[in-house]
Design a protein around this ligand. Structure first.
Ligand code: HEC
Length: 269
């Protein structure tokens, strides 16, 4: 038999070692608490991270609230002052109407499901250049009725991109954005898939706390085309309108993971 296994002296020493290590732990804990300033201060890392998150959240809320105040929507010809709550009502309805789209990530598609069949039947990737070739020539003026429709739909974008497309802490500017004036296929795909990761707009790099979510799935081709046409012809931007047929041609993008800047077609410099 191994004498050390059942040696009372070895056991005794091990016991005191254990007590020592545990006490040391409490001493360190106590010193850490002293160092960060007692009970009122965040005393664990997680708490510190939470405070950071709450602070960010408050900033985002305040920025969105500021953007949403004083927006006017014209309903049946009359112009009304929209309260932030009205916008949230509208957003809520939009979200309720949005049916969850089945994921098209190959790893998540159930073999034999309708999604799998639809994917097998669809062309591997939509032809973005062909969609861009449908864009009306430069100088084509947008239809005023489409602009009006787009203005109403822009309420959804305003919370993040600002009342005048000026951007802010939660979204980049749309005013004078090279993406907005660039290939239409990028804009439609941003709507259908969302956008994440750092993005350079008009030469300035942005890194936002949250990505842009996909949002066009529940809207008609006309609605998506209208809001993009509005953005392309407001805030100092001037670019040919977006056609509903172009939106329709890219519906297969719905359900794919969010775009990153590298996924988009470059714009003409
Ligand atoms: C929840 C906030 C949010 C909403 C709502 C939103 N966006 Fe965005 N949008 C963003 C963020 C954040 C980015 C940058 C994404 C990134 O980090 O790559 C972005 C990027 C963009 C871009 C490309 C960059 C640029 O500035 O040109 C376009 C175009 C765009 N959004 C259009 C729209 C339109 C049109 C709507 C409304 C239908 C809309 N967005 C609604 C947050 C939002």
């Amino acid at each position: 038999m191994d004498p050390s296994r059942d040696n009372p002296f070895v056991r005794f020493a091990a016991f005191w070692w254990a007590i020592g290590v545990i006490s040391l732990f409490f001493v360190v804990l106590f010193l850490t608490r002293l160092a960060v300033g007692g009970d009122d201060a965040p005393n664990v890392l997680e708490e510190t991270a939470r405070m950071e998150r709450l602070k960010k959240r408050a900033e985002v809320d305040a920025a969105q609230k500021k953007n949403l105040q004083s927006w006017t929507v014209s309903e049946d010809g009359s112009t009304v002052q929209a309260e932030p709550t009205a916008v949230f009502d509208l957003l809520g309805k939009e979200l309720l109407a949005a049916k969850p789209t089945p994921s098209k990530d190959p790893a998540q598609v159930v073999p034999g499901s309708p999604t799998a069949e639809a994917l097998a039947a669809a062309p591997a990737s939509a032809d973005f250049a062909a969609v861009d070739a449908m864009t009306p020539p430069a100088g084509t003026a947008p239809d005023p009725a489409v602009m009006e429709k787009g203005k109403q739909a822009y309420m959804l974008c305003m919370a993040c991109h600002g009342q005048n497309g000026e951007g802010g802490p939660v979204g980049p500017p749309l005013a004078n954005s090279d993406w907005v004036a660039g290939p239409v296929s990028n804009l439609i795909r941003i709507q259908f898939r969302g956008l994440t990761g750092p993005i350079t707009v008009s030469g300035k790099e942005y890194n936002f706390p949250a990505p842009m979510a996909a949002m066009g799935a529940a809207s008609t081709d006309e609605d998506v085309a209208a809001v993009l046409t509005f953005v392309r012809n407001s805030f100092g931007n001037s670019a040919p309108p977006v056609l509903p047929e172009q939106v329709k041609a890219l519906r297969s993008e719905i359900g794919k993971p969010p775009l990153t800047q590298a996924d988009m077609l470059p714009f003409a410099p």
